[in-house]
Structure formats: C-alpha cells, structure tokens
Write a protein that binds this ligand. Structure first.
Ligand code: ZN
Ligand code: ZN
Ligand code: ZN
Length: 246
C-alpha cells in the first residue's frame, strides 16, 4: 500500500495565523514546517481512501492532483479531521463514509446537506475497502467519548494510525497495534509540553517502543516544534508530501 501524508499539522496548522515563531517563519518561507490540517491518502494501487478530511482538503487534493476518492474513514469528529468534507459538494456525490457510529452521527449531522453512503463500523471488527483492510480501535482523547485509531493491512503489511490520543491507550487497542511495519503517531508538541488529550513527542516514541513498531512517523504537529529541518534531527517528524510504500 501507498500512504501519502497530505496534512501533518494540528488543528491550527502551521503557520498559525498571526504567529512569528521560528517554525511559522520557516513555514512562510516555504520550509517543511508548513503543515496542513490532518488528511492521509491510503491506496492499494486501485482504491484511494482518505483517512480524515481536514479543513484544507481542497488545497491538498489540488496540489497533489488527486482526482479519485473511493471512500473516507474518520477517526473522530473533531473539526480539524472533518472540516473539509463539504469541499466534495458538487465534486463527488454520495461518498462512501466509514467510522464508528457516534462519529458518523456527529459528522453527518453537521454536513446534512452532503449526500453520502454510510457504513457504520464496530470497534475491533475488520472491514475492507478495495483490498485495504481497516480495523478501528479505541484511543483516549478526552473529553470526547469515542475517538479511534485504525490498523490498515494490505498484502501482509500493517500500518497503524493512532488518531488523536494521549498515551493512556486501552490494552485491547495496544494489542492490535503490535509489530506494525509503520506507526503514524499523534505527537502534537515537543517533550517539555504536556497536553492531556494528546501525546507529546516523547510519549509517541515510548508508544513506538512499547508496540515494537518497525518505523515511526510523528504527525498532528504544532508550530511549537523547532523548524522542521532542525526538529527532524531529534524526532522522526512527518511533513506534508511524505510518501511511504509498504
Ligand atoms: Zn508559530
Ligand atoms: Zn481531536
Ligand atoms: Zn486533531
């Protein structure tokens, strides 16, 4: 499978409006600190699945010349992960959408004007889109009750996307995350900062070790990291446009 990282930023995006910090300046100068809100393209070579549709969706699809979308999977209902869904208005009708029931209830309630084909999914129960096998699992992202991560498998390879979570992940979910070829992990801030609903970079690396991930890419990154080229020396930060073939 091919995974294209279309948005490695947090809810604010980098540059943050009105900010002049080193990361935001690097972003404005065209550096890799420039990050759109969350969106990832998973492809088996035939089916294209968007995981998350952040508010920058239209720009992401145009810049990467992505014209085929077969389904959307949402991890949770926060707007930085869903706010671009309306960009499919008069572009792609009746999009198949996948997620846990309360997640779909919320997002489709907000976008009631969008036609869609709804596919409610239970946690820990695999489902397939094209040849990609997805399994949603519960993570911990207070105060919302249901936030999920997902395991994606194709031809014997496994990618894990944590979604938004702190390090307090249920044991049943940790079991599903074991020995992945790729771990895509929420790491919103550097290690000296603690935010109750997210992992910081040290938490994410601890998780990677705990589940024996073969490769780890940190995402959902805020402007609080040093500029990308400096921060990458310490942590395996993703950047918009990262492509990984498994
Ligand atoms: Zn900034
Ligand atoms: Zn969130
Ligand atoms: Zn988020």
């Amino acid at each position: 499978m091919r995974i294209t990282f279309l948005g490695t930023g947090d809810a604010v995006g980098t540059p943050k409006i009105g900010c002049t910090c080193p990361a935001c300046q690097d972003a404005k100068n065209g550096g890799r600190s420039r990050r759109y809100r969350p969106c990832y393209l998973f492809s088996d070579g035939t089916a294209n699945v968007l995981v998350e549709t952040g508010p920058d969706l239209r720009s992401q699809l145009l810049e990467h010349d992505i014209t085929q979308f077969d389904a959307i999977v949402w991890s949770h209902y926060h707007r930085d992960h869903t706010g671009g869904f309306g960009d499919f208005w008069r572009v792609r009708n009746n999009m198949p959408v996948y997620g846990e029931k309360t997640v779909l209830d919320y997002v489709l309630g907000e976008y009631s004007f969008m036609g869609h084909e709804r596919h409610d999914q239970e946690l820990h129960k695999p489902f397939t889109i094209g040849e990609l096998e997805f399994t949603l699992f519960k993570v911990t992202h207070p105060p919302i009750e249901i936030a999920t991560g997902m395991r994606v498998r194709h031809h014997g390879k496994t990618a894990i996307f944590t979604g938004d979570t702190n390090l307090d992940i249920p044991a049943e979910s940790l079991a599903l995350m074991k020995d992945a070829d790729l771990l895509i992990a929420d790491a919103i801030v550097p290690p000296h900062i603690h935010i109750p609903k997210h992992m910081n970079a040290a938490d994410a690396m601890k998780l990677a070790e705990q589940v024996h991930a073969k490769q780890t890419v940190l995402v959902h990154l805020s402007h609080m990291f040093p500029p990308h080229d400096e921060a990458i020396k310490t942590y395996p930060l993703g950047y918009d446009g990262t492509v990984i073939d498994l």
